[in-house]
Design a protein around this ligand. Structure first.
Ligand code: C2E
Ligand code: CA
Ligand code: CA
Length: 275
């Protein structure tokens, strides 16, 4: 048993090698993908649960690799963060998303994900200023989505950066709320506009009293402190009904619409016809 234990730590399997080789290859190809615009942006509606209307769209990056096919963001975003390529990637998504939304609507909001690496980068504030100025979008129509990981390394500096962004007039949403290191002190100290309830909670909503209790708590909390609240990952009518009963104002998920290409009809939230 002792030997086995030892061996477990030393083993380097072909699968591990393949994974490292793939990661290495993808890292090199990602730089090219950004230059050659192999990346694109899709948009997922965020819907007013009462009216069924799309009020915002979240920009989600896509990599359609010429030979490897679609590579999911959960695979290449971490690589982009490791290599620093997340900075040009993030700038591309931001420019593209803001431009697309401005061209298509006078009122829709647009939500863009910011990784912790981007938040630490000294160019962030000038970049946002530049995008706002050149697009002419009203700053409050841009919603930057951040996660709590931005506060892990240096909470004070993270909070300062958020305040600087807020001072530009943009809105801030805390993504995946309820997972990770959620702390009430973040809600108290960060200049947030919106909480996004993590899909994990929404998943169990219709069959787990326990999960429903947490969603109820988060929605109540958000409302008490004056934050908007978006439920993520709504896939069923039953989940939507529960959220409506709980008083959650906004929702996002396959039940309304999956992420869509820029030229699709973002207002078509098909399943909401049953509202
Ligand atoms: P996220 O920000 O939490 O984005 C929501 C994810 O949930 C998206 O996955 C979306 O396609 C998926 N989703 C939406 N509705 C449903 C649903 O009803 N059910 C289920 N099961 N999933 C749903 P996606 O596009 O694969 O992105 C994964 C993550 O990658 C994002 O999670 C975000 O953390 C990151 N990401 C995506 N685009 C960007 C980007 O442009 N910049 C940065 N920094 N991160 C990004
Ligand atoms: Ca997000
Ligand atoms: Ca999320």
């Amino acid at each position: 048993a002792k030997e086995g234990g030892k061996r477990r730590h030393a083993v380097f399997t072909p699968a591990m090698r393949d994974s490292i080789v793939r990661r290495h290859g993808l890292k090199e190809e990602l730089a090219r993908a950004i230059e050659q615009r192999e990346l694109m942006v899709q948009y997922q509606p965020i819907v007013d649960i009462e009216t069924g209307k799309t009020v915002s769209v979240e920009a989600l990056v896509r990599w359609n690799h010429a030979s490897r096919g679609r590579i999911p963001p959960v695979e290449f975003i971490p690589l982009a963060e490791d290599t620093g390529l997340i900075v040009p990637l993030g700038r591309y998504v931001l420019e593209e998303a803001v431009q697309s939304v401005v061209e298509r609507s006078d009122t829709l909001l647009v939500q863009v994900n910011l990784s912790a690496i981007e938040l630490e980068h000294p160019d962030l504030i000038p970049t946002i200023q530049d995008v706002l100025r050149r697009s002419g979008i009203a700053p409050e129509r841009l919603v930057l989505e951040v996660t709590e990981t931005l506060l892990v390394k240096d909470a004070e500096r993270g909070a300062e950066t958020l305040q600087q962004l807020r001072d530009l007039g943009v809105q801030l949403a805390l993504d995946d709320f309820g997972t990770g290191y959620s702390s009430l002190s973040y809600l108290r100290n960060l200049p947030l506009d919106t909480l996004k309830i993590a899909r994990e909670f929404v998943e169990g909503l219709a069959f787990s009293d326990h999960d429903a209790a947490f969603v109820r708590l988060i929605v109540g909390l958000a409302k008490t402190v004056g934050l908007k609240v978006v439920a993520e990952g709504i896939e069923t009518r039953a989940q939507l009904d529960m959220l409506r009963e709980i008083g959650c104002d906004l929702g996002q998920g396959y039940y309304f619409a999956a992420p869509m290409d820029v030229d699709a009809d973002w207002h078509a939230a098909p399943a909401s016809a049953a509202l």
